[in-house]
Ligand binder design. Sequence first.
Ligand code: ASP
Length: 339
Amino acid sequence: MKDVIRSLFILTILLFLISCTESDQQKTEFGLVLHGGAGSIYKGRFTAEEEKIYEDKIKEALNAGYEILKNNGTSIEAVTKVITILEDSPLFNAGKGAVLNSEGKVELDASIMSGKDLTVGAVARLSKIKNPILLANAVKDKSKHVFLIGDGAEIFAVEQGFEFVENEYFLTPEKLESFNKIKAEEKAKVQSSIQKNEEFKYGTVGCAALDKEGNLAAGTSTGGIMNKRYGRVGDSPIIGAGTYANNTTCAISATGQGEYFIRGVVAHDISSLMEYKGMNLKEASKKVINEKLKTLGGKGGIIAIDRYGNIADPFNTEGMFRGYILDDGTPVVKFYKED
Ligand code: ASP
């Protein structure tokens, strides 16, 4: 009996050591992972043509980031390029195609963080900046502050020579239609499906990257939540909640019900479990998304890459638009849980 117990003990130790070395081995020289939002994304919701449109756009963004990293570009450059492509696409809830607030206007939030030196830039409540992620990056590099909002952020953007658009530029027929539906339901005093969280919307975008120098970076950009109260800000521009990067651990971008991600300090929590508890990326991110966030009652997910190039993408919704590309240059795109 004693021998059996001893063998089991040795086997457990061996399995533990194998799992540690596996996640500690360099998986790729460089790579990146992105998301296009989590939510009611389930098989059958989209036609094959619609799936293809999403897949192509995600691949375009992955390939553009890959080219930058392959040609010795930085993880920050890859993250801003990837997110700019997704912001310019009407498919996602960021930049063009963003959701509307309760006043029928678009208000955009974004943030970016460098894992090399923990520098950050964040912006919120933008109504006229075409690419919020670029302004967040300018706040990081060219401002003595880390977070600018509303008019103040846009005055800074004028000084920095940024491209301005009318608020109408961001509106798409699909987003207008669902906004009008909610407003009609509100008027009829029917609790809307979105307010009941049954139809939790998707489309925020984010990216995390590892470059050849071993530097990590993460960024997130969003229009927030449909029919959000005027002035509401979610987790996406909050460093530590929706975005975090640290070369000693990982780079993370979150998507989901921002209020819960702020309360759970989700992105930083994952990094902390790695830094202070020695967990690997998969364990840490699963714990926070499937246990802590779930207990709080929040829905959503994250994408992350660690310094070895391990990727994690846990979510507790039906699906999450996501994809990654490593140094072999093969883009991988996934939508659903069972993918
Ligand atoms: N997290 C975003 C927010 O709460 C929304 C989303 O990811 O879909 O503003």
